[in-house]
Design a protein around this ligand. Structure first.
Ligand code: HEC
Ligand code: HEC
Length: 217
């Protein structure tokens, strides 16, 4: 996890997509077993598999994970498990149960077919001025330029604003995103989030299995 943070800081210092890609090309890609991941992730669907499911306090929609990069999903789970960079109590409890192998397997299932940059993004428009710096890593089409930068296309806007507020106030600790979020006003957070949320192809809510397992929770 430490190395990921250093890579992030390095790429911010470089502030150059091409060099950042070159640096990331060295880190091993997540390559888990999606069949096992599907079995392990039944509990997760109780929140991430329900369209419109919300976190209570504060109130925002739980993030979409289907189509996200497996590398980013594993990094996020490690940060919840560690409990320092991401402090969300439920996700800390969820991630604490998972071994590294579990995380790789779950992430490989959730990623499904991660969003990829197409030759001509169908819905890429001119990003709002406030997002000019963001597109260097998250793309004008909302697809991260490397698998360690989360894709944002179609993500819930209120979740993105919540994340940005937390990077800004230090509740979420990430040196790159702390610097990025610091100057962004609340109004611009919403403008940027609505832009990314509107892009297609999009991240999706996880598909739910046919089983009626949810009554057991
Ligand atoms: C009780 C509801 C709930 C359950 C169960 C749950 N999650 Fe979450 N998850 C959330 C919420 C809420 C967030 C956003 C937390 C935050 O604000 O950082 C989240 C965030 C995440 C993220 C970060 C997404 C991103 O874009 O950064 C990942 C990855 C994740 N969850 C995976 C899982 C996995 C894997 C499981 C099962 C082992 C799971 N979750 C179970 C509610 C839940
Ligand atoms: C140098 C690359 C870089 C730039 C530029 C950048 N980001 Fe990020 N962004 C990241 C990384 C890396 C993460 C994951 C951080 C973590 O582990 O919490 C992230 C996370 C996020 C998240 C949380 C996503 C999720 O699923 O939880 C949002 C929202 C976000 N960035 C929005 C922005 C916005 C808005 C800007 C411009 C103001 C921006 N980013 C600029 C690299 C970047």
């Amino acid at each position: 996890m430490g190395s990921r943070v250093r890579w992030g800081a390095l790429s911010a210092a470089l502030a150059c997509g091409a060099l950042a890609s070159a640096a990331f090309a060295q880190s091993p890609a997540v390559n888990g077993n999606p069949t096992r991941g599907k079995l392990l992730s039944q509990t997760c669907l109780g929140c991430h598999g329900i369209t419109g499911y919300r976190n209570a306090y504060p109130n925002y929609e739980v993030p979409k994970l289907w189509g996200q990069f497996p590398d980013y999903i594993v990094a996020a789970l490690q940060e919840y498990k560690g409990g320092v960079q991401r402090t969300h109590p439920t996700m800390h409890a969820q991630a604490s149960e998972l071994s590294e192998q579990d995380m790789d397997d779950i992430a490989s299932y959730f990623g499904g077919e991660p969003l990829r940059k197409g030759p001509t993004p169908t819905s890429a428009r001119t990003p709002p001025a406030a997002a000019a710096v963001c597109v260097a890593c998250h793309g004008a089409d909302g697809v991260g330029i490397v698998p360690q930068y989360p894709s944002l296309a179609g993500q819930h806007p209120d979740y993105m604003v919540q994340a940005l507020r937390e990077y800004k106030d230090g509740e979420r600790k990430n040196p790159v995103m702390a610097a990025m979020a610091a100057p962004v006003t609340e109004d611009n957070m919403w403008i940027i989030a609505e832009y990314y949320a509107s892009l297609k192809p999009s991240l999706k809510t996880l598909p739910r299995p046919e089983l009626r397992w949810s009554v057991r929770r």
